[in-house]
Design a protein around this ligand. Structure first.
Ligand code: F6R
Length: 244
């Protein structure tokens, strides 16, 4: 079931999402949070940092697993998702860095890295709350539109649409890696609660197709309609094509 919180703008979206995440951490201090990168969660992470600084949230026992990482990028490289997480969140709160996990983009044996990542999620006891952004083409994590859903963590070839959308974070478009490691939809769907945040009119079609269209691997996020506990926090622009 998808519950929709319609908010006015990105600021409100971030505040609502941060509220839901902090509620999870307060209820279960050693919660396992599934985290995302990209533009969508930046405001949410800022809000969490602010509340942490005020002494309202304690992350000391929290464990995290990120959705994805580019293949071929060192965790120290400025465009890597590990670096993003350290900069926007982990480096600014009292989380134990050893309890934060991002797929290793430099793994020598990527198949083993994928298997180990799924095992890690299992060993952590599964994800309590998974935060997701939504790609313009309906992707979640880096699960791109395809003929079939992919269950576990796997390597993907990024689509041109995703490469273009992410090129802003690189000096040159040619620098954007063509492949990434991503959690599969099976792993994502096993999260006990899923929180999707979407802002802006440019995502309106993706929101409509994902949450109001048929469930299809051509719109990977549409599979979320089958999960029992999804919250979509979306602003007016993102909901422009939905009648709610
Ligand atoms: C990032 C991720 C992606 C993004 C999506 C939206 O870890 O998994 O699925 O959530 O591409 O990106 P933004 O928020 O930059 O529009």
């Amino acid at each position: 079931m998808v519950r929709i919180y319609a908010v006015e703008d990105e600021r409100q979206m971030s505040r609502k999402a941060a509220n839901l995440i902090s509620a999870q951490v307060i209820l279960k201090p050693d919660a396992v949070l599934g985290l995302a990168t990209g533009s969508s969660p930046i405001g949410t992470y800022r809000q969490l940092v602010e509340w942490y600084e005020k002494g309202d949230i304690d992350f000391s026992e929290v464990r995290t697993v990120n959705l994805d990482e580019y293949l071929g990028l060192d965790g120290r490289s400025s465009a890597s998702y590990r670096r993003f997480m350290n900069e926007y969140l982990f480096g600014k709160i009292n989380i134990n860095i050893d309890n934060t996990h991002v797929p290793n983009g430099l793994a020598e044996n990527v198949d083993r890295e994928c298997r180990d990542y799924d095992r890690l999620v299992e060993e952590l006891g599964g994800i309590d709350l998974q935060l997701l952004g939504l790609g313009h083409n309906g992707h979640i994590g880096f699960n791109e539109p395809a003929d079939a859903f992919e269950n576990g963590t796997h390597v993907v070839d990024l689509t041109e649409s995703t490469i273009n959308a992410n090129a802003r974070l690189f000096a040159r478009r040619e620098d954007v890696p063509r492949r990434a490691i991503t959690m599969g939809v099976g792993t994502i769907l096993q999260a006990r609660k899923i929180l999707v945040i979407v802002s802006g009119e440019d995502k309106a079609r993706a929101v409509r197709d994902a949450f109001f269209g048929p469930v299809t691997s051509r719109v990977p996020a549409s599979i979320l309609q089958l999960h029992r506990d999804v919250i979509l926090v979306a602003d007016a622009g993102a909901l422009r094509l939905c009648r709610i």
